[in-house]
Design a binder for this molecule. Structure first.
Ligand code: NDP
Ligand code: GUA
Length: 502
């Protein structure tokens, strides 16, 4: 039933010159950004940034410890009153300037993302456009803080509801979208009138620092945005969350670390927004347009090389179209050009680390050991860098770990199904609930299924849902709160109710 597509590793040994990656990286700042100044870590320590396509060190950045984090909180506190009092229109203008500056520097930023994250340049360019969009959206949102006014039912008073900035926000971001995850948090925080401290992932600090510099050039006042790079995420973030001046945590990353941070935040009852892991089902009914479904599958799986919490993790295909879908999808996967992200013709770069490759490999081996059939791919590439071949697995058995764990790599497990009830039950059988994808020409059915899926987002006949104008977030253990759209700004606002009589 399933057609085997011959797999030939497509990595060409021509690596991008190491000096080329280092040259891109050396234009980025490398110090901590605190109180509007670039400063060294108080302890004088630094750490290396690695190019995942070669495993070479391409830059060195400052390694902050708790005293540096406290200095950042101090700077955010000093700037807080003035930023809160800054008219929304002015805040909006500054954010719009950030949008334009990001776009002016788009090509350099994209290359910087590629050299420290590894993703193909086309993915990096899309990320920069996506990242910039958060500045534009929240520049427009900054001037639309909502309020309410009306009589209490008793007639004794008026009910006035307004919003005010929640306070200093600590923003912890992952390496997979080093620009977009930073701007998706910084932009609404600033639009709401909050000051913040960004703690980017240790794998990808350069992009965050570069965005800090662009924000400085755009006129963001000193202390409104602070950036602390560190190899000691645990103690550094914990110290900030135990400082009474910090009132907000926004985190994107694994569910495991999310749980730790929820516990840390509990001590000072810090408000938490959590964007955690996913295990997205990708459902194709047999009335779907096959071309649309395969194109959707390529995007849902391979956007960002599969390193996205939104990545399709389980492909449920209705039996009548199983063979066709698998063949066409596997052919497209096998045709992807794998290699260093900076190389112009490459569509799939390396994974982020050796550990990530080992995890993907373990999941594939476990699935095959439990009876899955390798349709294409199924191995890492020998040689330098953290490359894994685009992989399709058919007949994946229900007990395979790959159906339970977030893959975070270019691997697509396929499972057949018969009925709508069966596939809804399978799709919901996970502790995650971030996003689901449904393909069918019958919109009534697709909407009904979307309503039954336990996920915060559903793509219908579409393999990507991410949009600065839409509320991004999950149900169950995929997270708390929403980012993007006007919902995202509410995460940085306190609601104040005044009972007023006169
Ligand atoms: N939902 C999502 O978007 C993401 C999900 N993941 C999932 O997580 C897996 C592992 O990736 P990984 O990079 O380890 O993700 P993590 O959740 O460990 O990292 C995300 C961020 O949290 C920071 N962090 C890690 N531990 C702590 C801590 N104890 N206290 C405070 N901050 C902390 C990291 O800093 P540092 O880099 O210094 O460790 C990074 O800035 C992936 O394979 C994927 O499945 C990963 C990234 C994003
Ligand atoms: O994968 C993630 O870390 C979340 C961001 C993905 C997106 O916004 O599309």
């Amino acid at each position: 039933m399933v057609v085997n597509v011959k797999t030939t590793p497509t990595l060409e040994t021509t690596r991008v010159a190491p000096s080329q990656a280092a040259a891109v990286a050396c234009d980025a700042p490398s110090q901590l950004f605190i109180g509007g100044q670039w400063v060294a870590a108080k302890g004088g320590r630094t750490f290396d940034v690695i190019d995942p396509s070669t495993a070479d060190a391409i830059a060195t950045v400052c390694d902050a410890d708790i005293p540096d984090a406290m200095a950042a909180v101090e700077a955010a506190e000093k700037a807080a009153a003035a930023w809160k009092a800054t008219p929304p229109r002015r805040r909006s203008d500054v954010l719009m300037k950030c949008f334009h500056l990001l776009l002016e520097q788009a090509e350099w930023l994209a290359r910087l993302i590629t050299v420290e994250n590894g993703k193909a340049l086309a993915d990096a360019r899309s990320e920069v456009a996506y990242a910039a969009e958060f500045f534009r959206w929240y520049a427009e949102e900054a001037v639309r803080s909502p309020g309410e006014f009306g009589p209490a039912p008793s007639g004794a008073n008026q009910i006035i509801v307004s919003h005010e900035p929640i306070g200093i926000a600590v923003l912890v971001t992952p390496w997979n979208f080093p620009a977009a995850m930073a701007t998706r948090k910084i932009a609404p925080a600033l639009a709401a009138g909050c000051t913040c401290i960004l703690k980017p992932a240790a794998e990808t600090p350069l992009t965050a620092l570069a965005i800090g510099e662009l924000m400085r050039q755009a006129g963001v006042p000193a202390g409104v945005v602070n950036i602390v790079t560190t190899k000691r995420a645990g103690p550094v973030v914990s110290a900030m969350l135990h400082d009474k001046r910090v009132r907000k945590l926004s985190f994107t990353g694994s569910t495991g670390v999310g749980r730790i941070l929820l516990r840390e935040a509990a001590d000072q009852v810090v408000s938490c927004s959590m964007e955690l892991g996913g295990n997205a089902p990708f459902i194709v009914f047999d009335d779907a347009d096959l071309e649309t479904a395969v194109a959707g599958a390529m995007v849902a799986k391979m956007r960002n090389g599969g390193e996205a919490c939104t990545a399709a993790n389980r492909f449920y295909i209705q039996k009548r179209i199983l063979a066709d879908f698998t063949r066409r999808f596997a052919e497209e996967m096998a045709a992807l050009k794998v290699g260093p992200g900076l190389a112009a013709d490459k569509q799939l770069g390396p994974l982020i680390t050796e550990a990530a490759v080992a995890k993907v490999d373990r999941l594939v081996e476990d699935a095959v050991a439990k009876g899955a059939r390798l349709v294409t791919g199924g191995s890492r590439l020998s040689g330098e860098g953290f490359f894994y071949l685009p992989t399709v697995l058919a007949n994946v058995s229900a007990d395979a770990e790959i159906l339970r764990e977030e893959i975070f790599g270019p691997v697509a497990p396929i499972i057949a199904f018969d009925t709508e009830d069966e596939v809804v039950e399978l799709a919901n059988d996970t502790e995650y609930g971030l996003v689901s994808y449904v393909f069918s020409r019958d919109l009534k059915r697709a909407l009904a299924v979307a309503g039954r899926l336990e996920s915060g987002m559903v793509g219908i006949n579409r393999g990507v849902v991410s949009d600065a104008a839409a509320p991004f977030g999950g149900m169950k253990q995929s997270g708390l709160g929403r980012e993007g759209s006007h919902h995202g700004m509410l995460e940085y606002l306190e609601t104040k109710y005044i009972a007023a009589a006169w």
